[in-house]
Design a protein around this ligand. Structure first.
Ligand SMILES: [Zn+2]
Length: 304
């Protein structure tokens, strides 16, 4: 569940949009041997959060042959105005699986109730195990100062896991990680107590249409629940093609001056000026603290 972020309503659709509609997701042709694969796990509160926050980055990693997993800590069973409970959780699970296919990533939904997430030991252990099982090099999660309690507590849960993933006596049924991963935060626009400070920015212009096509799989959210709770349900077009175009406008995130500066750092001024869509991440103080060289290794799409 994501409120509408700052929108770039002037976003015009690229001519390739129709191409992606027809093609959908194309599995990466650049298969990597397991030893070379970068392993990324993104952990959101709801089965559509990782998609909105970092779906483009995930699609690029996947197309390069790396291993990406999305985890939703709750099952999304509260995210609808007329449906709920087990039936809604089942519907959202199917939507998440379809979105995962379109992104080229694995999608797992944990069976914790939506809207009722508490950062307790039980869920912390679930999160620790997921990070270990994925043998993650990079873990990405929300900052713990978001408007939605499930988002906030997902941020806390991942922070609480950040050191424990390497401690053998905690959750001893899953072997600890040999090295602590890099932990990153998704971008958000909340200002208190401190605003998001991007350290990494990824140009997702080339995969933006793929991102929208994958998010389109979350029908219950993109076209029903979020427009209803946001008070703009009447704007949703009925026609499938029209509503994907609408979704692209509705879900585009404005590139802030801070993110543009990071694009310039990583891509150079000239290339950065051409970027239409970007996703940005802030390095968490916990876990491994990467230098620029580590970031280049872990985000190989940044190699100039
Ligand atoms: Zn959410």
């Amino acid at each position: 569940m994501k409120i509408k972020q700052k929108l770039n309503l002037s976003q015009s659709l690229l001519p390739v949009f129709a191409f992606w509609l027809i093609l959908g997701y194309v599995p990466g042709v650049n298969a990597q041997p397991d030893s070379k694969k970068i392993r990324i796990i993104m952990i959101g509160a709801h089965p559509d959060d990782c998609d909105q926050d970092a779906g483009g980055t995930a699609a690029i990693f996947a197309s390069m042959g790396h291993a990406v997993k999305f985890v939703s800590v709750t099952n999304g069973d509260a995210g609808h105005q007329t449906e709920g409970g087990g039936a809604l959780a089942k519907r959202r699970m199917a939507e998440a699986k379809e979105a995962g296919k379109r992104f080229g990533v694995e999608y797992e939904v944990l069976n914790n109730h939506d809207g009722e997430l508490i950062p307790n030991l039980d869920v912390r252990l679930q999160v620790i195990k997921k990070i270990r099982e994925w043998n993650a090099d990079v873990v990405i999660a929300p900052r713990p100062n978001d408007y939605h309690p499930d988002h906030r507590y997902t941020g806390i849960l991942v922070q609480d896991a950040a050191y424990m993933v390497a401690v053998p006596n905690v959750a001893p049924d899953v072997p600890p990680l040999k090295k602590n991963p890099v932990f990153l935060y998704f971008q958000d626009f909340f200002q208190k107590p401190n605003s998001f400070r991007p350290d990494i920015a990824i140009d997702i212009s080339q995969v933006f249409d793929q991102k929208i096509n994958a998010m389109d799989a979350h029908e219950s959210q993109m076209y029903e629940w979020l427009p209803w709770i946001g008070g703009y349900a009447e704007q949703v077009p009925k026609n499938n093609i029209e509503r994907k175009k609408w979704l692209a406008q509705n879900r585009a995130v404005k590139i802030t001056p801070e993110v543009r500066r990071m694009l310039e750092k990583w891509y150079g001024k000239e290339k950065a000026a051409l970027v239409q869509h970007a996703e940005a991440f802030e390095i968490c103080e916990y876990g491994m603290r990467p230098d620029d060289e580590d970031i280049m290794r872990l985000f190989p799409m940044l190699k100039k």
